[in-house]
Design a protein around this ligand. Structure first.
Ligand code: NAI
Length: 488
């Protein structure tokens, strides 16, 4: 008997194009492919039912198929409305040996350009298995985890709270999604939450939410903070962004970066990658920071450190990379130069006040192409200066531009991130006794192993310690080589 595979993607006929891209990506993802070779026959994830919420790109397709090869059952949604690569989503549904007519892959619920309602519908689908719920969550930004925990909380309280008029639009949609879920399946969220053995979280913002949940005593299952593996945040966030920020700007605008002034808000891991990439293109880069350590780092790296208020009028490009909210306000935007480019590369769209921009009297929005909009401000007096009508370009409606305007990070760097993800899934699933409820990071030995798996591809030859040298340093010849407090 054939059961039709549950899914919702843009177009299954894109699967062949997606499969070719996946095949090329596999070549660039040695960490994931080595895990398949080493662990495929042991199937350590047999019995795992993973609900994945992470940008549905070509690289994520290789992650999903690795989880499946290691024995897991998987359902997937994207963690952003614009980040899906439709050909990758189609290829994953069709599977390596299926066809568009008879898909044999993995249920995926994701397409590029979802509405918020569709986005939360998709996230709900990964929690609804034909026979129960997931027992693992693989999250990027924490939306899947939040849906389960909030759903359970409101179910226990007997009602979903009513949205307040001042609530953000997205929150209203979340409340409605959970309300609808409760109406359809009265006990679903509590059951789902009870079934989850753990979550592995990909990004800084999601990890931040997990620590907050745990402090409030609301985390119900163990979590692994994948972001803070060194081979994740010191690679993906920095070198990944160094590639994909400029990729996004270029595909969106084709405006020359060289010679221009680029303001980068935030000089954490992502901001460092942004600043380096923009400087590499010949821009004069200005950094804004709230943390004196990061501000001083930016200065030592040769960047001007300034307040946005003081430099906004000189910026040709403004990029937010803070994980904070209201970093670029509507008031800032009134000071922008004509045709400046404004974008965000942090996880959520609240870094740039898009709602405030839409409320500016007389403002006009023109679609240049999907995910590229020109916002025109009327002639007005700004701080005593007459300003004629002028416009600026907003990328991906303020959502992360490297995934909205381009295809996110390239495969090699995602291999380091996703190898950590797979190891984290295996750790929680197979060694629950080692991971009580709380937020954990992977042991350093695994972090070093992830790096080791990627050395050969870049023709890097590692020096080996002699026994004598190792005992002089007080480490094992095989590592780990650094204490946990070492910062790289
Ligand atoms: P981080 O914590 O290392 O850096 C953020 C920096 O922003 C910090 O140094 C902080 O002091 C600074 N900051 C906070 N509020 C600020 C404000 N109001 N003005 C100026 N600076 C401010 O975090 P990381 O890893 O750099 O991540 C930043 C964001 O990017 C997060 O939302 C993360 O989830 C996301 N991310 C996005 C990726 C992508 O591909 N688009 C990849 C990796 C992370």
């Amino acid at each position: 008997t054939t059961t039709s595979l549950d899914h919702k993607v843009a177009d299954l006929s894109l699967a062949e194009r997606g499969r070719h891209q996946i095949r090329l990506a596999e070549h660039e993802m040695p960490g994931l492919m080595t895990l398949r070779e080493r662990l495929g026959s042991q199937r350590p994830l047999a019995g795992a039912r993973i609900a994945g919420s992470l940008h549905m790109t070509v690289q994520t397709a290789v992650l999903i198929e690795t989880l499946v090869e290691l024995g897991a059952e998987v359902r997937w949604a994207s963690c952003n409305i614009f980040s899906t690569q439709d050909e990758a989503a189609a290829a994953v549904v069709v599977g390596p040996d299926g066809s568009p007519e008879e898909p044999r892959g993995v249920p995926v619920f994701a397409w590029k350009g979802e509405t918020l309602e569709e986005y939360w519908w998709c996230t709900t689908q990964i929690m609804l298995w034909p026979d129960g719920g997931p027992n693992m969550i693989l999250d990027d930004g924490g939306d899947a985890t939040m849906l389960v925990l909030k759903g359970r909380e409101w179910e226990q309280q007997g009602a979903v709270p009513s949205p307040e008029p001042e609530d953000p639009e997205e929150w209203k949609v979340i409340l409605e999604t959970v309300r609808a879920g409760l109406a359809e399946h009265p006990t679903r969220w509590g059951d789902v939450a009870a079934g989850v053995r753990g979550v592995t979280e990909e990004t800084t913002t999601g990890v931040h939410r997990l620590y907050q949940l745990h402090e409030a005593g609301q985390l119900l299952f163990p979590a692994i903070n994948v972001n803070d593996s060194v081979t994740k945040s010191k690679f993906d966030n920095v070198y990944g962004v160094r590639h994909s920020l400029v990729d996004g700007i270029n595909r969106a605008t084709d405006v020359l970066i060289g010679g221009k002034v680029a303001v980068v808000c935030g000089y954490g891991d992502v901001g460092k990658g942004c600043a380096e990439a923009l400087r590499g293109q010949g821009a004069r880069v200005v950094v804004t920071e709230i943390d004196p350590i990061c501000a001083l780092q930016a200065a030592m790296d040769g960047y001007q450190v300034a307040r946005l208020d003081d430099v906004i009028g000189q910026a040709d490009f403004v990029v937010t990379a803070t994980g904070c909210k209201d970093v670029v306000t509507a008031e800032h935007m009134r000071h922008l130069k004509d045709k400046a480019v404004l974008g965000n590369i942090g996880h959520f769209d609240n870094e740039i006040d898009m709602a405030g921009l839409a409320r500016v009297p007389g403002v006009r929005r023109t679609e240049i192409k999907p995910q590229v909009h020109e916002w025109t401000l009327p002639a007005e007096t700004v701080d005593g200066t007459e300003r004629p009508e002028r416009s600026f370009i907003v990328l991906s409606e303020g959502r992360l531009l490297n995934l909205g305007n381009a295809t996110g990070h390239p495969s090699f760097v995602m291999s380091t991130s996703f190898t950590n993800q797979v190891l984290a899934q295996i750790e929680i699933f197979t060694r629950p006794q080692d991971y009580p409820v709380g937020v954990h990071t992977l042991p350093k030995a695994l972090d070093e192993e992830v790096a080791r798996l990627h050395l050969a591809s870049v023709a890097a030859h590692l020096t080996e310690l002699t026994k004598d040298q190792a005992s002089y340093l007080g480490v094992d010849v095989a590592g780990p080589y650094k204490p946990d407090h070492y910062r790289y």
